[in-house]
Design a protein. Sequence first.
Length: 181
Amino acid sequence: MEKMNNKEKGNLGEEIAAKYLEKEGYKILQRNYRFSKNAEIDIIAMDKTTLVFVEVKTRTNLNSGHPFEAIDNNKLQKIQTAVYGFLSQTKEKFNGYRCDGIAVIGLDNPKIEHLKNIYFGKFDFSQSREASLQSSSSSWGIIEVKVISKVIGVIETLFQRTALMSVSSFSLCLMSSPAIQ
């Protein structure tokens, strides 16, 4: 593969992620939604009746760390701003919402890792003009990830480095998740 700059690599990674989501049955609604200069959502999609905001991180290899390590608290705040922006501008009603992360590792023969519901805070939609934005089916505070064993170490490293939550509470959350049982 020819030499690409980071923006080109990111665009290619987002294209790979969008194709992956479509293959998994998601309907892509919008790509590269920009609410402000610093608040962007890479992919907005529907997973059945759930609106999904997707952050895509791409690495050609793991020499600079795992792609999920780039989704830190600062990035999550920017995503939250963009989510508020999108929801305040749409007239559509949705049954649920979540924010996913997709890691694309390698570009020639990419490995894709998909984590569902990466945002652990609570979105407060009470300021929004649409009361329907407070969907009870949305579980922003609970991780619902189908974790495969070889990814657990990467996830633990991510949480340790970004201080999103302690590894012990992450493990407890995983053990109580219906996806793990």
